[in-house]
Design a protein around this ligand. Structure first.
Ligand SMILES: Nc1ncnc2c1ncn2[C@@H]1O[C@H](COP(=O)(O)OP(=O)(O)OP(=O)(O)O)[C@@H](O)[C@H]1O
Length: 347
C-alpha cells in the first residue's frame, strides 16, 4: 500500500503537497498514508485511484490487506482466524434473486454473447464503432425530443455542417452528446471509477453552451418529470441522495451482474433527477460507461414513440412499486439486441 501510493505519486511527478491540494487534505496526511501510519478512507481511495491512475481494485486489495493485518496481527491465532474467514467467505455469495425468471435467462444469453464477442474483437474497427456511436447520439437525443435525423446528426457531428431549419440548440445537443461519448470512452480506457467528479463532467458536456449556468451542477430547485407521477426529491436532499448513490455503487459494483449494475445506476439517477435538465441523457451515458467497462456494448435505447413509452413505463413501474425488475428486464433486453446486432456486423 505505502509503496503503491508513493510510486504512483512519483510516476505522476507530483509533490506530496500537490497531491494533498488535489485531494483537499493536509500534506501531513499524505505522508502518513505513504509511511503506513494512517489508512485512507474508502472515499479517499477512489480519489487517489483517479488522481494517481492506479487501478482501484488493486489499490483496494492492498488497502484491505493492510486493514485486516492491522486488526489480526496482535492475536496469536491470527492465521487460524484468517483460515476461518476464508471458509465462511466461500458460502457467502450475495446473489440477486429476480421475481421475473426471464431476466436470469437474458443475462445468461448476454454472458454467452459476450464470450462470442471476445473471440471476434479483432474485427472491431473505428468505422463500425463510429457509426454505432452516431446512432446512439441520434437515438438518445431523439428520446429527449431532438428532431435531427440520423443523416443530419452525422452532418453536424462528423462533418461540422449546419442543417437549415434546425435550431442552434439541436446542433449543440448533437455535438455535445458526441463529445460526451468520447469522454466516457476515455474514462473507460483509463480504468477510471465513476465518482461525482466524472458524473458532473459528463453532465457539463451535455448542457455545454445550452444552459451554461446549470451545466455540471446539481439542481437547486424542485423539478417535475412531465407525464410521470413520480416526484423527485426536494433540492435540499439531492446532495445527500447523490452521496448515497455513489456509496451504493461502491458496495455493489463488485458483486452485481454488470447489466444489473448499469440498469440500477441509470434508474437510481433518473429517479433522484439531480439536474434541471439532461438527466436522461446523462443517465444513459452512465449506464453505457458501466457496460463498456465490463466489455459489453452500448445499449442503444430507441427514440421512436413506442420504445420511448416502454422506457418510461419501465421506470415508472420501479418508482411506483419499489421493485427493480421491470427496468432491469428492459435494459437487459436492449443490451441483448445491441450485442446481437454488433456480433452480426462483426461476423
Ligand atoms: N417515471 C418516469 N417517466 C418518464 N421518465 C422518467 C421517469 N423517471 C425518470 N425519468 C427520466 O427522465 C428523463 C427526462 O428528464 P430530463 O428532461 O431531465 O432529461 P433529458 O436528458 O433532458 O431528456 P431525455 O431523458 O428525455 O433525453 C427521461 O428520459 C427518463 O430517463
Amino acid at each position: 500500500m505505502k509503496e503503491i501510493l508513493q510510486n504512483a505519486r512519483k510516476a505522476k511527478g507530483l509533490l506530496s503537497r500537490e497531491l494533498a491540494n488535489l485531494l483537499g487534505v493536509d500534506q501531513s496526511l499524505i505522508s502518513k498514508f505513504e509511511n503506513g501510519k494512517r489508512l485512507p478512507s474508502e472515499k479517499q481511495l477512489i480519489e487517489l485511484s483517479n488522481v494517481l491512475s492506479i487501478n482501484l481494485d488493486e489499490l483496494k486489495k492492498a488497502w484491505l490487506t493492510q486493514k485486516i493485518l492491522g486488526d489480526v496481527k496482535k492475536y496469536t491465532f491470527a492465521e487460524e482466524v484468517l483460515f476461518m474467514v476464508n471458509e465462511a467467505l466461500a458460502s457467502y455469495a450475495p446473489k440477486r434473486e429476480f421475481e421475473d425468471l426471464s431476466i436470469e435467462k437474458t443475462l445468461d444469453e448476454i454472458d454467452s454473447m459476450k464470450k462470442n464477442l471476445d473471440q471476434v474483437r479483432e474485427f472491431e474497427n473505428y468505422r463500425i464503432t463510429e457509426a454505432l456511436e452516431l446512432e446512439y447520439t441520434y437515438e438518445s437525443n431523439r428520446i429527449e425530443g431532438n428532431t435531427l435525423t440520423l443523416r443530419e446528426t452525422d452532418m453536424v457531428v462528423n462533418k461540422g455542417l449546419t442543417v437549415s431549419g434546425k435550431s442552434l440548440v439541436e446542433h449543440l445537443e448533437a455535438i455535445n452528446h458526441g463529445d460526451a461519448i468520447h469522454y466516457v470512452k476515455e474514462l473507460v480506457s483509463k480504468n477510471s471509477i465513476l465518482t461525482k467528479r466524472e458524473l458532473l463532467s459528463i453532465h457539463n458536456l451535455i448542457l455545454r453552451g445550452i444552459n451554461q449556468s446549470e451545466a455540471g451542477k446539481f439542481r437547486r430547485i424542485q423539478v417535475m418529470i412531465q407525464g410521470s407521477s413520480h416526484l423527485p426529491p426536494p433540492p435540499y436532499l439531492v446532495e445527500k441522495q447523490m452521496e448515497d448513490y455513489f456509496i451504493w455503487y461502491e458496495r455493489n459494483r463488485g458483486n452485481l451482474h454488470p447489466v444489473v449494475l448499469a440498469a440500477e445506476m441509470h434508474e437510481r439517477l433518473v429517479t433522484i433527477h439531480p439536474f434541471i435538465d439532461g438527466n436522461g441523457r446523462t443517465s444513459r451515458l452512465i449506464m453505457n460507461m458501466i457496460l463498456l467497462q465490463n466489455g459489453l456494448v452500448i445499449a442503444n435505447m430507441k427514440g421512436d414513440n413506442t420504445s420511448r413509452y416502454a422506457y418510461y413505463e419501465a421506470l415508472e413501474s420501479v418508482q411506483s412499486s419499489g421493485k427493480k425488475d421491470s427496468f432491469i428486464r428492459y435494459v437487459a433486453e436492449i443490451e441483448k439486441q445491441s450485442l446481437e446486432r454488433y456480433l452480426s456486423i462483426l461476423k
